[in-house]
Design a protein around this ligand. Structure first.
Ligand SMILES: Cc1cc2nc3c(=O)[nH]c(=O)nc-3n(C[C@H](O)[C@H](O)[C@H](O)COP(=O)(O)O)c2cc1C
Length: 188
């Protein structure tokens, strides 16, 4: 199983990075092939709401705004599963996570059951490193996004500074379980 682990914080040593690292550890324990992507390094801009609101995303299922989006979109389509880890900003996904998921949704939700994420397991993690508020609203929008692209909600994990010590092992276990299930299914 190949899993893409996307993290959406500019900080390389914060809570978001620790959560992504825990997921990678778990995936490796189960023998998954892991690719990591740090969204803030990849130059993925926001949707330009082309033309009357829909661009090539509607019928061709590709984004016409050329930037770092296309390469990451292709990497995700080639993966069997996704781990998406975002810091909680204002009770939402970070701007980089929102920009990528918005554009991806336009391209894939418009394919209905043919979505490139249809049935693929997605583990979403919301890391609230400040007040600890807003984890649930953040996960709520992540869950809606997962449903729109027809992904399978493997899990939605909130983590803050106080829960970090016991949530990191849970994220590791979730990654491991996700990859193990895929291996068992493939062997049937
Ligand atoms: C613009 C902005 C908004 C934020 N909003 C929240 C918030 O609503 N709740 C919270 O707990 N932390 C909030 N934080 C703190 C981040 O969640 C915290 O920095 C996060 O864990 C990212 O840390 P990391 O980048 O080290 O992973 C905010 C941070 C920024 C920069």
């Amino acid at each position: 199983m190949k899993v893409l682990v996307i993290s959406a914080s500019p900080n390389t040593d914060g809570l978001t990075a620790a959560c992504a690292h825990a997921a990678v550890e778990g995936l490796h324990l189960a023998g998954a092939e892991v690719e990591e992507a740090r969204l803030t390094d990849l130059g993925v801009g926001v949707c330009q709401q082309c033309d009357n609101g829909w661009g090539t995303c509607l019928k061709e299922h590709v984004c016409q705004v050329e930037d770092g989006f296309q390469a990451l979109h292709a990497r995700l389509l080639a993966a069997d599963g996704l781990v998406l880890v975002t810091p909680v900003y204002w009770g939402e996904m970070s701007e980089s996570a929102k920009a990528f998921t918005d554009r991806l949704r336009r391209c894939e939700a418009t394919r209905g059951d043919e979505s490139g994420l249809a049935g693929k397991p997605v583990l979403s993690v919301a890391a609230a490193g400040g007040s600890g508020n807003g984890m649930i609203t953040c996960l709520g929008s992540m869950e809606r996004w997962m449903q729109h692209v027809r992904a399978r909600t493997w899990d939605l994990i909130p983590v803050n500074r106080w829960s970090r010590a016991y949530k990191l092992p849970a994220i590791r276990a979730a990654g491991e379980a996700m990859a193990r299930e895929a291996t068992v299914t493939a062997q049937r």
